[in-house]
Write a new protein. Structure first.
Length: 224
């Protein structure tokens, strides 16, 4: 049931940040552009698998190892370490989606607390948000590095809720990833699926509390 949340909790990668320019980082080191999306999906897959097996590793550890292995199989314009660093530093250099700044401002003006929860490192999110000029909108920038598990495992959301000192039902997670929506819903949070692409939502995941096409639509979808 939709109630007015006290906290809006944001996923970071792809929800706030536009990751499309990472493809340019791949081509700059001699890798095909399409490898960027495959690589990111593989990092998530392996992170989920390690969490399910009870031995989670950091996003950075998985991402750099995966890049090093993939680049070793391709003709590279740079050394392996330099190529990996070029891609990884790209996360902090990404821009936000066009609807993010205005959407955050509208939520803050409505008196809602804002925070982030990423499977990536908090320092990367801090760099990204700071460069975009929106860091001050957020009360906390959280990472699963400080939680017992990656999202979408319950422990990730429980960590965020505990840190923010609110009840799960007082938190609304905003994400573009249906798997993140499902995990948050299972942990008792309200959810907002940010469906910029107008895609169909998977029927096997818990349905979002609200669905929006732009972050600027969220404040108007919440009860007073």
């Amino acid at each position: 049931m939709l109630t007015r949340p006290r906290v809006i909790l944001f996923d970071v990668n792809e929800t706030l940040s536009d990751m499309a320019p990472l493809a340019d980082r791949f081509t700059a080191v001699g890798a095909p552009a399409h490898l960027a999306a495959l690589w990111f999906s593989g990092v998530l897959r392996d992170g989920f698998a390690l969490t399910a097996a009870g031995s989670p590793a950091s996003f950075g550890e998985i991402a750099t190892d995966s890049l090093r292995r993939q680049f070793s199989e391709l003709p590279s314009r740079r050394g392996a370490d330099e190529a990996v660093a070029h891609v990884m530093t790209g996360f902090g250099a990404l821009e936000l989606h066009p609807d993010v700044a205005a959407g955050l401002a509208s939520l803050a003006e409505a008196g809602l607390r804002l925070a982030t929860l990423s499977n990536g490192a908090a320092r990367v999110a801090e760099t990204l948000l700071g460069a975009a000029g929106v860091r001050d909108a957020f009360e906390r920038v959280l990472s699963v590095d400080d939680a017992p598990a990656w999202k979408p495992a319950p422990g990730a959301y429980e960590y965020a809720v505990g840190t923010l000192a609110v009840a799960p039902s007082d938190v609304m997670l905003v994400a573009v990833h249906p798997w993140d929506i499902h995990g948050a819903a299972r942990a008792g949070l309200q959810t907002a699926w940010l469906n910029r692409a107008g895609s169909a939502y998977p029927g096997y995941f818990a349905q979002p509390t609200v669905s929006i096409r732009s972050l600027t639509d969220l404040v108007g979808s919440l009860p007073a």
